[in-house]
Design a binder for this molecule. Structure first.
Ligand SMILES: C[S@@+](CC[C@H](N)C(=O)[O-])C[C@H]1O[C@@H](n2cnc3c(N)ncnc32)[C@H](O)[C@@H]1O
Length: 274
């Protein structure tokens, strides 16, 4: 299965930047525009969440689908389906109580909401703009009767949520945009809200080389960094090999209070956008 992962590259290295610019000259103006905007936003917003909220506001104004990483509606639908199908294969039931961290404009969320019993979906996000777009998705999909929760947050302490409540906690393409202290905050608190037997799946941009970040927007971690962090907070962590077969650009880790059974390989599907 072809995968778009490039596990060894350090995107901050000068040689990489020069090679990339030479092979993708058409992307230079867009990158420079983004770099300029991000510098200005980073100057105005010193903490990461405020900064990234401003990035999301700017991106969502242009296109909510693109703001969550899908350049077209077709790609948006496909990536939502990939997330939903994966969790279905891993035992998602209508009675499952699910917390979707960084739910975005419900690219996958609307499918979870449609499938789960009313009230069982809880989506949180740092971006008011993307949550407004999420409400639009909910309306378009006529899912009002499912009464999902959509809540704005500024941190990942999850302090407003009950103990031992969620069977599935999910964060797709959120830690790929998060510095380590935010991931740690989440791992330090997620155990409290997990129901017995529950698990927390998150994707991340994986590197086998030097950990690095680009424009404070994209963060690349080694698997061991994140599994060790989870273990430091009393969680069991496992790299999900079957997710790798799907050709997605990011990798996935599952954490739980107890060791979880090994992943069953799932049928591969075509490569998709992040
Ligand atoms: C690439 S989008 C993915 C959205 C959704 N998970 C999906 O797959 O369609 C990342 C989302 O995470 C949100 N986000 C980023 N950092 C966050 C944080 N620390 N806490 C909660 N949400 C966050 C962003 O606002 C954005 O909506």
């Amino acid at each position: 299965m072809a995968s778009r992962k490039n596990l060894l590259v350090d995107r901050t290295a000068l040689a990489h930047k020069a090679r990339y610019a030479l092979t993708h000259p058409q992307r230079i103006p867009g990158h420079l525009r983004r770099a300029g905007r991000d510098r200005w936003l980073a100057f105005k917003h010193r903490d990461h969440v405020s900064y990234y909220r401003a990035v999301m506001a700017s991106d969502t104004r242009r296109s909510p689908d693109a703001a969550v990483g899908s350049p077209t509606r077709e790609a948006w639908l496909k990536l939502g389906e990939l997330q939903f199908d994966y969790l279905r294969r891993h035992g998602l039931q209508p009675s499952t109580r699910m917390l979707d961290i960084g739910c975005g404009n419900l690219r996958a969320g609307w499918r979870f909401i449609q499938f789960l019993e009313p009230g069982n979906y809880y989506g949180i996000d740092i971006s008011p703009d993307v949550l407004i777009a999420a409400k639009r998705t909910l309306t378009e999909q006529r899912l009002q009767d499912k009464l999902p929760h959509l809540t704005l947050t500024h941190d990942l302490t999850l302090d407003f949520l009950p103990d031992a409540h969620f069977d599935v906690v999910h964060a797709h393409s959120v830690f790929s945009h998060s510095p380590l202290h935010i991931i740690e905050e989440c791992l330090a608190h997620v155990g409290r809200v997990l129901a017995p037997g529950g698990f927390f799946d998150f994707t991340f941009d994986r590197t086998l080389g030097t950990e690095h970040q680009v424009l404070r927007e994209d963060f690349y971690y080694r698997t061991e960094t994140l599994t060790a962090l989870a273990e430091r907070h009393g969680l069991c962590a496992r790299f999900m090999d079957d997710w790798e077969l799907l050709g997605h650009g990011q990798s996935k880790i599952r954490v739980s209070l107890e060791p979880s059974p090994a992943a069953k390989p799932s049928p591969a599907s075509p490569s998709v956008q992040v």
